[in-house]
Design a protein around this ligand. Structure first.
Ligand code: GLN
Length: 457
C-alpha cells in the first residue's frame, strides 16, 4: 500500500496489476465470480463479497436465482468504499445466500484454499478470504451471519472482523437473517482491518438499526497487553471436536498473552455453547424463509416461463434455489407456522436472551474472551458437503457471540498440519478498538506469515 503513498504506482496501475494476478491465478482458486475491468477509484483496490449490491455490477449472492441481476443502486458499504476512493476489483464467491461454511454451496462452483487447493477456504465468505490470502486483493469485505467472516479468515490465515451488530449498514446487502447479518472487513493484518472498518462503519439513515460509533476507530499501536483482562471460556476451548493441533496453537497463544502482560482467567459460557447452534438454526432459517420470499421470478434475475403466475413462481424458485436455501426455507417456514411459532421461534428468542446475558456476565470480569475460531483447520472439499449437520458444527464457536450481537475478530495464531489456525477474540458491544489493540499485540508477538508456503517465492 506504500506504493500509492510514495507515488510509485498509480491507482490505475494497482488495479491493473491485481487484475493480471487474478487472470493468472484465479483459475485454480476461483475466488472471484466476476471482475471489474476499469479502475473506478483513485485509491487502493478492494474485493466485495457478492452479497453486496453494486451499481451496474451483477450481484448474485452465489445463487442462480439472481443470475443476471444488475443492481441500479449501490449498497451503503459499496458507496462508502467508493467515497473513500477505493477501486472495486470484483465480486467474490460465496455460498448461496451466504448459507454455508465452505463455499461449496455456491451455485457457481467452490473456491479453493490458497494453502492447499484440495481444501475449502471456509464459508460463506470463502471468496473474499481466499482472495486476500492469495494476494488477489489487498483487502475485502465479507458478511457474517453466524461466522462467515471469522471462520473463512481462520481457515485462510488472515484477519477478519465481524463488527458489533448495528455499526455497519446493511442497506443494499442481500438479506439472509436480518437480525444477525453484519458486513465486515477482511485483511492481511489487524491494522488494515481496523482501517477498512473505519471507512465503512457508522450510522446510515437508510438502515434504522445502525448507530454512530461511540468513539472513533483507533489504529492499534501498542505491542503489549498490560492492563487487559482476558477470559478463557472453558466450554469454548474444550468443546468436543476441537482438533488437538488447534487447541495447542490457541493454548500457546494464551501463554503468550500472559507474557505480554495480560491478566488471564477462566470463565464459563455453558448455555451459549450447548444451545447456540440449535438456537441459530431456528432463528436464521426463520428469517431467511421470510427474506427469500421476494425471489419470485418477477422482480429479480431468473424467471422460468409457465402458463400462469403461480406456476411461474414455483418453477422459478425450484430452478433458481439450490439445496441449502431450499432446506432453510422449509425449516424456517415450519418454525414460523401457526401452532409451532411459540415452541420454536419464540423459544429460540428466549434462549438468545440467555446467551446475551451469559456473555454480559463474563464481560463484568473480562475485557476480551478468547477461543479457537473454528474447531478444525481447513477440511477437504467434499468432506462435509453431504452432511449438513457436520458442516453446521464448523460454526459451533463463532455462533454464540453472533447471537448476542457482539463483535469478534479472527487473528491467525499458528499452523497445525501446515494449515492456519485462527484465534477468536470476542468483546462487548462497541469494543472493536480493544479487539484491534489485543489482536495487534498478539499478531506482532506471534509473527505469523500470512503468505501460504506454496506461494512464497
Ligand atoms: N455457516 C453458517 C450458516 O451456514 C453461517 C453463515 C454466515 O455467517 N453467513 O448459516
Amino acid at each position: 500500500m506504500g506504493l500509492l503513498e510514495r507515488g510509485e504506482a498509480s491507482a490505475a496501475e494497482l488495479h491493473a496489476a491485481y487484475l493480471e494476478a487474478i487472470a493468472a491465478r484465479d483459475g485454480e482458486l476461483h475466488c472471484y465470480l466476476r471482475t471489474v475491468a476499469e479502475p473506478n477509484g483513485a485509491g487502493i483496490p478492494i474485493a466485495l463479497k457478492d452479497v453486496i449490491s453494486t451499481k451496474a455490477i451483477e450481484t448474485t449472492a452465489g445463487s442462480k436465482i439472481l443470475a443476471g441481476y444488475v443492481p441500479v443502486f449501490d449498497s451503503t458499504v459499496a458507496a462508502r468504499c467508493k467515497a473513500a476512493g477505493l477501486s472495486i476489483l470484483g465480486k467474490t464467491n460465496t455460498d448461496e445466500f451466504a448459507m454455508g461454511s465452505s463455499t461449496e454451496n455456491s451455485a457457481y462452483g467452490p473456491t479453493h484454499n490458497p494453502w492447499d487447493p484440495e481444501r475449502v477456504p471456509g464459508g460463506s465468505g470463502g471468496g473474499s478470504a481466499a482472495a486476500v490470502t492469495a494476494g488477489l486483493a489487498p483487502w475485502a469485505l465479507g458478511s457474517d451471519t453466524g461466522g462467515s467472516i471469522k471462520q473463512p479468515s481462520a481457515l485462510c490465515g488472515n484477519v477478519g472482523l465481524r463488527p458489533t451488530y448495528g455499526t455497519v449498514s446493511r442497506y443494499g446487502i442481500v438479506a439472509f437473517a436480518s437480525s444477525l447479518d453484519q458486513i465486515g472487513p477482511v485483511a492481511r493484518n489487524v491494522r488494515d482491518c481496523a482501517l477498512l472498518y473505519s471507512l465503512i462503519a457508522g450510522r446510515d439513515e437508510c438502515d434504522s438499526t445502525t448507530v454512530e460509533l461511540p468513539e472513533p476507530v483507533r489504529l492499534p499501536e501498542r505491542e503489549d497487553l498490560r492492563g487487559i483482562r482476558i477470559g478463557v471460556p472453558k466450554e469454548m476451548n474444550e468443546a468436543e471436536g476441537i482438533e488437538p493441533g488447534v487447541a495447542d496453537a490457541v493454548a500457546r497463544t494464551i501463554d503468550l498473552a500472559r507474557e505480554l502482560g495480560a491478566e488471564v482467567g477462566e470463565c464459563e459460557l455453558p448455555r451459549s455453547v450447548d444451545y447456540g447452534l440449535a438456537c441459530y438454526y431456528l432463528i436464521a432459517p426463520a428469517e431467511a424463509s421470510s427474506n427469500l420470499a421476494r425471489y419470485d421470478g418477477v422482480r429479480y434475475g431468473l424467471r422460468v416461463g409457465a402458463e400462469g403466475y403461480y406456476e411461474m413462481v414455483e418453477r422459478s424458485r425450484d430452478a433458481g434455489f439450490g439445496d441449502e436455501p431450499k432446506r432453510r426455507i422449509m425449516l424456517g417456514t415450519y418454525a414460523l407456522s401457526a401452532g409451532y411459532y411459540e415452541a420454536f421461534y419464540g423459544q429460540a428468542q428466549k434462549v438468545r436472551t440467555v446467551i446475551a446475558r451469559e456473555h454480559a456476565a463474563a464481560f463484568e470480569r473480562f475485557d476480551v474472551l478468547v477461543s479457537p475460531t473454528s474447531p478444525t483447520v481447513a477440511f477437504k472439499l467434499g468432506e462435509k458437503a453431504a452432511n449438513p449437520l457436520a458442516m453446521y458444527l464448523s460454526d459451533l464457536l463463532t455462533i454464540p457471540s453472533c447471537m448476542a450481537g457482539l463483535p469478534g475478530l479472527n487473528v491467525p495464531c499458528g499452523l497445525s498440519e501446515g494449515l492456519p489456525v485462527g484465534l477468536q477474540l470476542i468483546g462487548p458491544q462497541f469494543s472493536e478498538n480493544s479487539l484491534f489493540a489485543a489482536g495487534h499485540a498478539l499478531e506482532r508477538a506471534l509473527g505469523f506469515d500470512p503468505v501460504p508456503e506454496r506461494l512464497r517465492s
